[in-house]
Design a protein around this ligand. Structure first.
Ligand code: S3P
Length: 439
């Protein structure tokens, strides 16, 4: 069902304080780690989205008890070898690349084959990027056309450690191999291009045998077999990737201010803030603190008088990988031409996002030139839309939907944006939060 939203009116300037829901990457990792802990783990502010529910359903399939209340979630882990499951089970990762890729790392010793499936979007994504390195441990995989879901993993009880070079800056691939290393005797060595480091921070907090050397362009991670994980109580901080839509909305208006409370500002995730600062947006961090290795703060954003174009340094790509669609809207309104390069990875996401970014800019009447891995955007500080725009058939990519809503609210026009339910993947409260700002 298409379930569209119609937007015909810009948003007025605002001065508000909001919260966003719990971080998706940390929520999924909390569920996975807790499912292997010895004892009961409890989380507050767990993101209640479809990706996280799919993760909870996956660990339930592995025989783990989960109790989900309105304000907290409890997971009754039975130890690092505590998964007990029936023969021939199927895990449905639905839309979640993070769940699908990470859980395979924990399943490399499975005694019975396990099938992994996903929705239409996930079934178009490359799973050989994890099945190939995980095969080096000794696990066996069968994938559709050697690359796609559905796949079947058959574990081994004779695992051997491996060396893996991760050169895309993919935290999902890195984490999957870290999880594999935890199952394997000996030392697994990963040389990974910098990417979000929530898995490593959780390992450190849990005192797991993981060592990291930070080199200039990559991290060298060594991981040894884990025998026990202690229960993990966690208050999940707000998601910077969900905050990004409201950061940009503020940046695109004239006289607005916004405070977003309790957001995770892990340095490996704040590419959007560094990029927008370079484009002229003002930020303040308040109430900064460290929680279980993660940095958290209230973020204040003040709309700038003028937005500047940017030649975006490619070293910022990984820290803003989920935010480029929304960053392109800022470039659309900036004075001058902005360039974003080395972004081929964007086309590997829930939808081919570089192409969708270009499509949205075309709809806005903003000139852009895109290649397979770059985009040049000719900004227009007076951008003002008055036409009908329809956004559909975008593989229900939550970030395409939310970016379109922000474009409609900031630039005007008469929008019909299909598949409102796509927000359930990562940010079910997105439209409610918009309403809160509009009041
Ligand atoms: C994620 C890693 C990123 C990101 C995704 C979440 C994670 O994917 O796009 O939304 O939680 O590890 P890649 O690892 O494919 O870059």
């Amino acid at each position: 069902m298409s379930n569209p939203i119609f937007i015909n009116k810009r948003i007025d300037d605002f001065n508000k304080v909001i919260n966003v829901s719990g971080d998706k990457s940390i929520s999924i990792r909390w569920v996975l780690f807790s499912s292997l802990a010895q004892g009961v783990s409890k989380a507050k502010n767990l993101l209640m989205s479809e990706d996280v529910m799919a993760t909870i359903n996956a660990v339930k399939k592995m025989g783990i008890k989960v109790i989900l209340n309105k304000n907290d979630c409890k997971i009754y882990g039975k130890g690092f070898d505590g998964y007990k499951y029936k023969k021939n089970i199927t895990i449905n990762a639905e839309n979640s690349g993070t769940l699908g890729r990470l859980i395979l790392g924990f399943l490399i010793n499975t005694s019975n084959p396990i099938k992994l499936i996903g929705d239409k979007s996930l079934s178009k994504r490359d799973f050989s990027r994890v099945s190939k390195p995980l095969s080096k441990f000794g696990a066996k995989f069968k994938l559709k056309n050697n690359k796609f879901l559905p796949l079947v993993i058959s574990g081994s009880n004779n695992l051997k450690p491996c060396t893996y070079f991760e050169n895309r800056g993919s935290a999902q691939c890195k984490s999957s191999i870290i999880f594999g290393g935890m199952r394997t005797s000996g030392t697994t060595v990963i040389r990974a291009k910098k990417s979000r480091n929530h898995t490593e921070l959780l390992c450190k907090y849990l005192n797991l045998p993981l060592a990291i050397k930070h080199k200039k362009n990559y991290d060298e991670i060594k991981i040894k077999k884990v025998s026990k994980i202690k229960p993990l109580n966690y208050k999940i901080p707000g998601d910077i990737s969900s905050s990004a839509f409201f950061i940009v909305l503020t940046a695109l208006l004239k006289k607005s201010k916004l405070i977003i409370k309790d957001v995770n500002i892990n340095p490996s995730r704040i590419g959007i803030i560094i990029i927008l600062k370079k484009m002229g947006v003002k930020f303040n961090f308040r109430n900064k603190r460290i929680y279980k290795g993660e940095k958290i703060a209230d973020i204040k954003i003040i709309s700038p008088k003028i937005l500047k174009s940017i030649n975006c340094p490619t070293k910022l790509n990984s820290g803003a990988i989920d935010e480029f669609l929304i960053i392109f809207l800022v470039a659309a309104k900036a004075k001058g031409i902005s360039n974003f390069k080395n972004l081929g990875e964007l086309n590997q996401k829930e939808s081919p996002r570089l192409r969708w970014g270009k499509y949205i800019l075309d709809q806005l009447g903003v000139k852009s030139i895109a290649t397979k891995n770059s985009i040049k955007i000719y900004g227009n500080p007076k951008l003002n839309i008055n036409k009908k725009i329809e956004i559909k058939n975008y593989l229900k990519d939550h970030r395409v939907f939310m970016t379109s809503v922000i474009a409609a609210l900031a630039f005007g026009g008469h929008w019909k944006i299909h598949d409102k339910d796509s927000i359930k993947t990562s940010f079910p409260n997105f439209l409610k939060t918009i309403k809160k700002i509009q009041k």
